[in-house]
Design a protein around this ligand. Structure first.
Ligand SMILES: Nc1ncnc2c1ncn2[C@@H]1O[C@H](COP(=O)(O)OP(=O)(O)OP(=O)(O)O)[C@@H](O)[C@H]1O
Length: 382
């Protein structure tokens, strides 16, 4: 099976009057890949998808599919197909007729239409429901019909706008696996818009994080998760705390920053961009929430005599933050603790649930958070 659907966006811009929704973005999506456009509401991901589909004109720039410039082609001539968020099925047509609809418009004979539509229904495991009306199907089943309908046109690229958002959480995870299976089986490119980082990490070969009409980072999911490049990406992709501190210098592949109360932070510079360690003023860095260890700090005695704290017992130069537990939230596999500390509001620590319950910390407890240098990396300034 030959892979199809190499998509290139060259300085693609979308303007709605004075609003720049997408600002000269460049992106290359490999053939037969699964790409997720990820970002908060209003960042321009749907506009990007609609421009690729041809449902929205491109204000500036070029769109290339498998070497052909398709910037001004009408949607049906592009080799793309779109599956809409609300599925947009015709309620008065049976499933098989819904799927076959586009062929009817093209004057294909009834027998051939039915044959092709049944093939597509089989692909999405819905052949047994061919004669039902959409109203007689569950949300997940309606989605499969919408998928079959989009795939019938034999696209090189399937575009999916928030395809899982209408489903309940259990079905969402199931359909997610189904989308991935279909994409692999068909060998075509899928471009999927989502605001869920979990969905993007689970599905994509290429995660594209957008903010304010710009692409902030594009890469394989593990790279984007373990090495977010900017404070925005680190916060949006999750699992990290973003701190900032003045840079004192770099020794080998470790940056040294000034911490609170005469302390220091040591931060790995491995795999970070050259620009990250060259900034003036406070330099942002990310700390992995699941690599932080907590130690209980004794409550200060009500006497003027300084009480030794757990921080005093730390090896010199160890990364640490004195803080107070604000919240502890149990989520099954882990406990998510939110700390308030000097220079770190809402510092999140993810603890394995067994480790947490071995010595549970509660709201109001004074703690010291520590982490190794390789659990932190420098970020580019926003
Ligand atoms: N038809 C339109 N006319 C004017 N402005 C628009 C139009 N469509 C989108 N916008 C604006 O363009 C920006 C990007 O919108 P877009 O729908 O692409 O974002 P999004 O990331 O898909 O958001 P969401 O997740 O909420 O769908 C927003 O500021 C939005 O208000």
């Amino acid at each position: 099976m030959a892979l199809q659907g190499k998509v290139e966006l060259a300085a693609v811009t979308k303007r709605y009057g004075a609003t720049v929704a997408v600002d000269a973005i460049n992106l290359k999506i490999p053939r037969g890949g699964y790409c997720c456009l990820l970002g908060p509401s209003g960042c321009g991901k749907s506009s990007t998808l609609r421009m690729i589909a041809g449902h929205e004109t491109i204000s500036d720039g070029d769109l290339i599919l498998d070497g052909q410039n398709i910037t001004t082609l009408p949607p049906a001539k592009r080799g793309t197909a779109m599956m809409f968020q609300d599925y947009a099925l015709f309620p008065h047509l049976t499933c098989v007729d819904n799927v076959a609809f586009s062929l009817r418009m093209r004057g294909v004979s009834k027998a051939e239409r039915r044959g092709r539509a049944m093939e597509m229904l089989t692909l999405v495991h819905m052949e047994a429901h061919a004669q039902r009306m959409p109203g007689q199907l569950s949300g997940g089943q309606q989605q499969r019909i919408a998928l079959a309908r989009a795939l019938l046109t034999d696209p090189k690229v399937l575009l999916l706008d928030e395809p899982l958002s209408a489903l309940d959480p259990f079905l969402r995870v199931k359909m997610r696996a189904e989308l991935r299976r279909l994409q692999r089986e068909l060998g075509i490119t899928f471009i999927h818009v989502t605001h869920s980082q979990e969905e993007a990490l689970a599905l994509a070969d290429l995660v594209v994080v957008m903010e304010d009409g710009h692409i902030r980072q594009a890469g394989p999911p593990r790279e984007v998760f373990t090495r977010p490049r900017t404070p925005f990406v680190a916060r949006f992709i999750g699992g990290h705390n973003v701190l900032s501190a003045p840079l004192e210098g770099v020794e080998g592949d470790t940056a040294i920053l000034t911490g609170p109360q005469g302390g220091r932070f040591t931060v790995s510079t491995a795999e970070t961009s050259a620009g990250a360690a060259s900034g003036r003023g406070p330099v942002p860095f990310a700390v992995r929430a699941d690599r932080v260890t907590l130690t209980r700090r004794p409550t200060p005695a009500p006497t003027p005599t300084p009480t030794p704290t757990a921080a005093d017992a730390l090896p010199p130069g160890a990364n640490h933050l004195n803080a107070t537990v604000a919240e502890a939230e149990y989520n099954g596999q882990q406990v998510r603790l939110t700390l308030r500390g000097e220079g770190a509001e809402d510092f999140v620590v993810l603890m394995d649930e067994a480790a947490y319950f071995a010595a549970p910390a509660e709201a109001g407890d004074p703690v010291v958070a520590t982490w190794p240098s390789d659990a932190a990396h420098l970020l580019d300034s926003p």
